[in-house]
Design a protein around this ligand. Structure first.
Ligand SMILES: Cc1ncc(COP(=O)(O)O)c(C=O)c1O
Length: 457
C-alpha cells in the first residue's frame, strides 16, 4: 500500500478512536442496532405508503392510535366477535332438520315430490329478482322450458371426453364463435384470430383471463412480480384472481362520472404491470368505461387490457345495431386483449355459462393445462374445471340458437327503453324529492315508477 494512503488511514483511525472514546461502550453497541431498527421501520412505513396510498395509510395510523385509547380495542374486538358468532350460528335452528346421512332406504321417485316441497319454500323469484335470474315469465313454459329440455337432454355429457361427446364439443365451439362474432371477431381490426372457451360464469372467465395475461406477460416481458390495475368499480372477481394467482392489485378511484379514470390508472403503471381492466358496464353503477382510451393506454405500455362484458356482452352489440349511442367496447378497439361475456346473464342461458375470449392463440395458450407425464395418461384441460357440464353448454347453445339475432334485438330494445324510463323517473324523483319536505312524495313516486317498470319489462 502507498505510504501516504497508509498514513491517511492511520490518521482517520486515530481521529475516530479519540472521537468515540467520549462515549460509553453501551452507547457504541446500541447505536447501530437502534439505527438499523429505525431504518427498517422507515422502510416498512414507505412500503405501506407505496402500497396503500397516502389516504389509506393515514387512516390506518389514525385507527391504530384510536385503538390505543383504553377500552376501544376491546370494544371493537367484542363487536367483531359478535358478528363472527352470528355468522357461525346463523340458521343453526333451520339446519337442525337437515340430513347429515344417507336415508337407509332410498326414496326412489318420491324424491321428486320432496324436492318440489323444498322448491315451494324458496322466495318467489320468477320475474322479480333483477341481477339474479335474467329470464322472465313462467318457469314451465316458453324460453325456460326450452332451456330445461336442452339441459336435461345433455345432462350426462362432458366435453372433457371430446371423442365421446362430439355434440357438446361442437356446441361449445359454436357458442364461442357466435359470441366472438357479436364482439368484433369478424371485423378486420380484430386481427382475425379471436378464440376462447366456455366457462362456469363471469368469475371463472375473469380468473382465466387474468391468469393467461400473467403468464403471457411473464413469457413476453419477463415480469415475475405481476401487478394489475383496476377501477374501483370493477367486479370483485379481480380480487379473487389477485389472491389465487399472486398478483398485486391496485384499485383506482373512478372519476366524477363513475367511469374508469384513465389518467389515474396511468399513474399506477410500472414495469411490473401486466394488466389493466375496463367494464362495459360495471356492476355497481351500470356505466361503460372508456374502453378506447384504456386500449390506447394498454397499447402504449404494451400491457394487456381485459374488458369485462359479463353484463353487457349480450346487450351492447344489439344496442349498437339498434342505433343507440354506444361507445366502442369490443375487439375492434386496439389494445383489448381479452373479453368475458356471460351467456347466463342477458344471453338468457342456464346458470353456469360464460365465454372468455382472447385476441389471439398466443395469449390463450397460457390458459391451458397439459400434463403429459401422468400415470393416468395425457391430460389436457382448457379451463379451471376438469369435467365440465355438457348439459349447460347445450343449454347455452339452445338459448342462442332459439332466440337468434332477432330475439336478442327485441330483448335489448325493451331493456334500453326501460332504462330510459328509469332514468327519466329518477331525474323526476330527484327533483320531486328536493321539493318535498318530508320525502313522502319520493316514496310515492318510487312505487309508481317501480310498478310501471315491472309492467314494461
Ligand atoms: C360486470 C360483472 N362482472 C363479473 C361478474 C361475475 O359473474 P359471475 O357471478 O357469473 O361469476 C358479474 C356478476 O354480476 C358482473 O356483473
Amino acid at each position: 500500500m502507498d505510504s501516504s494512503v497508509k498514513s491517511f488511514l492511520l490518521d482517520v483511525r486515530a481521529f475516530a478512536n479519540s472521537f468515540l472514546s467520549e462515549y460509553e461502550p453501551l452507547v457504541l453497541v446500541s447505536a447501530p442496532l437502534i439505527a438499523l431498527f429505525v431504518a427498517s421501520m422507515l422502510q416498512s412505513a414507505l412500503q405501506v405508503l407505496h402500497e396503500n396510498g397516502l389516504k389509506a395509510t393515514l387512516l390506518g395510523f389514525f385507527m391504530s392510535f384510536v385503538k390505543l385509547v383504553p377500552g376501544v380495542k376491546s370494544y371493537i374486538d367484542a363487536e367483531k366477535q359478535k358478528v363472527v358468532d352470528k355468522l357461525q350460528s346463523g340458521g343453526k335452528s333451520v339446519r337442525e332438520s337437515w340430513r347429515t346421512e344417507l336415508p337407509s332406504t332410498g326414496l326412489g321417485v318420491g324424491v321428486i315430490e320432496q324436492m318440489k316441497d323444498e322448491k315451494r319454500k324458496d322466495v318467489a323469484w320468477q320475474g322479480k329478482c333483477s341481477g339474479a335470474v335474467y329470464i322472465g315469465g313462467s318457469e314451465c313454459e316458453g324460453h325456460f322450458s326450452l332451456i330445461n329440455e336442452a339441459c336435461s337432454m345433455f345432462a350426462h355429457t362432458n366435453p372433457l371426453h371430446m371423442d365421446v361427446f362430439q355434440s357438446v364439443v361442437r356446441f361449445e365451439a359454436e357458442v364461442v364463435a357466435m359470441t366472438a362474432a357479436m364482439l368484433g371477431s369478424k371485423k378486420k381490426s380484430s386481427g382475425g384470430q379471436i378464440c376462447g372457451n366456455m366457462t362456469s360464469g363471469g368469475t371463472e372467465s375473469i380468473l382465466l383471463a387474468v391468469k393467461s395475461s400473467r403468464d403471457y406477460m411473464k413469457t413476453t416481458k419477463g415480469i415475475k412480480k405481476p401487478e394489475m390495475i383496476i377501477p374501483e368499480s370493477a367486479h370483485s372477481a379481480y380480487d379473487k384472481a389477485a389472491q389465487y394467482f399472486n398478483i398485486k392489485l391496485w384499485r383506482v378511484p373512478v372519476n366524477k362520472e363513475f367511469q374508469a379514470d384513465v389518467k389515474a390508472i396511468r399513474r399506477y403503471i410500472n414495469r411490473n404491470t401486466i394488466l389493466i381492466v375496463g367494464s362495459a358496464p360495471g356492476f355497481p353503477h351500470g356505466i361503460v368505461d372508456p374502453i378506447e382510451e384504456l386500449g390506447q393506454l394498454a397499447s402504449s405500455f404494451d400491457i394487456c387490457l381485459h374488458v369485462d362484458l359479463c353484463l353487457g356482452g349480450f346487450v351492447l352489440p344489439f344496442a349498437n345495431k339498434l342505433g343507440y349511442p354506444i361507445p366502442p367496447f369490443d375487439f375492434s378497439v386496439k389494445g383489448v386483449t381479452s373479453i368475458s361475456a356471460d351467456v347466463h346473464k342477458y344471453g338468457l342461458a342456464p346458470k353456469g355459462t360464460s365465454v372468455v375470449l382472447y385476441r389471439n392463440h398466443d395469449l390463450r395458450k397460457h390458459q391451458f393445462v397439459a400434463v403429459t407425464e401422468w400415470s393416468g395418461g395425457l391430460y389436457v384441460s382448457p379451463t379451471i374445471a376438469g369435467s365440465r357440464p355438457g348439459g349447460l353448454i347445450a343449454g347455452a347453445w339452445a338459448s342462442m340458437i332459439s332466440l337468434g339475432e332477432e330475439g336478442y334485438l327485441e330483448n335489448t330494445k325493451k331493456i334500453m327503453e326501460v332504462s330510459k324510463r328509469l332514468q327519466k323517473g329518477c331525474c323526476f324523483l330527484f327533483f320531486s324529492f328536493s321539493l318535498s319536505e318530508k320525502g313522502v312524495l319520493f316514496v310515492w313516486l318510487f312505487l309508481f315508477y317501480f310498478g310501471d317498470w315491472k309492467q314494461g319489462y
